[in-house]
Write a protein that binds this ligand. Structure first.
Ligand SMILES: [Zn+2]
Length: 265
């Protein structure tokens, strides 16, 4: 899945991430549950998220809302609602904090927790072993919503990259990062944070990796995937394709000999 997503242009993906952060803010309308046990969102608004099952950015529809009467009698602090992904129909469980129990409505906090988040994947086939291992852990942190742990693992991944590529490779990566800034029209603050996460200052005795918000972590994720893709995956795929071409070329030049068996009759 992650491998296929590489084919979408980077700036489209990054803009989608930025759009998601706007969407998160738009989700900030006051949702509530009415006496008919229906989830009501602000004026026909619908929730959108990246489905943990099909990985599509999809609308979701509430399919199982707790009963209003039951909520009023127990007044739980957290309320779970099951939604259906409109793209793949799989169930998605979201948890809301109850803000107020009024006689005719149960008000929910605008933000929700995704109990199952979409797992981020990246095909590590062409990466050096250490880079692959560290980036895999970075993805686990991201999928678990631990964005600052994710940033720390990105720094470690970058350090492994630098030691694999040497000083010249490090400079190339720096250029590649600048290219990403132009391609994806990254905001200056976002770019400064990402540069500081990845490159830091070697002489800094206490390398202060900046704190990241969820959407900034999303942008960092796309930048990391792009840098790894440019550095290893693209080269690896090209080399493999060339090997296959060479194989067929050699085959055509020296066709395998066909041995004729003596006729048994
Ligand atoms: Zn889905």
């Amino acid at each position: 899945m992650g491998g296929q997503r590489q084919f979408a242009p980077l700036w489209v993906i990054i803009q989608r991430r930025q759009w998601l952060s706007d969407q998160e803010q738009r989700n900030a309308a006051m949702p509530h549950i009415d006496p008919e046990s229906r989830l009501i969102l602000e004026q026909g608004k619908r929730l959108v998220l990246v489905c943990p099952h099909c990985q599509a950015l999809a609308h979701i529809s509430a399919t199982a809302v707790p009963r209003f009467q039951e909520l009023q009698s127990y007044r739980p602090a957290q309320i779970g609602i099951v939604f259906r992904c409109d793209a793949c129909l799989a169930p998605i469980f979201l948890r809301f904090t109850a803000r107020a129990y009024a006689p005719t409505r149960v008000e929910l906090a605008p933000q929700f927790t995704e109990v199952e988040r979409a797992r981020e994947r990246f095909d590590g086939t062409y990466l050096p072993e250490e880079v692959e291992m560290l980036f895999k852990e970075a993805l686990t942190c991201f999928s678990g919503g631990a964005y600052n742990a994710f940033a720390s693992m990105c720094r470690r991944t970058a350090q492994a990259l630098f030691s694999d590529l040497g000083e010249a490779g490090k400079l190339k990566l720096f250029d590649a990062l600048n290219e990403v800034r132009e391609l994806a029209a990254l905001a200056p603050e976002a770019f400064a944070k990402i540069r500081s996460v990845l490159f830091g200052i070697a002489s800094d005795p206490r390398p202060g990796i900046p704190l990241l918000q969820s959407h900034e972590a999303g942008v960092l994720l796309e930048v990391m995937k792009d840098l790894l893709y440019q550095t290893y995956v693209r080269k690896g795929r090209l080399e493999q394709a060339m090997r296959v071409r060479r194989f067929f070329y050699e085959e055509a030049r020296n066709p395998p000999r066909v041995t004729t068996l003596p006729n048994a009759g």
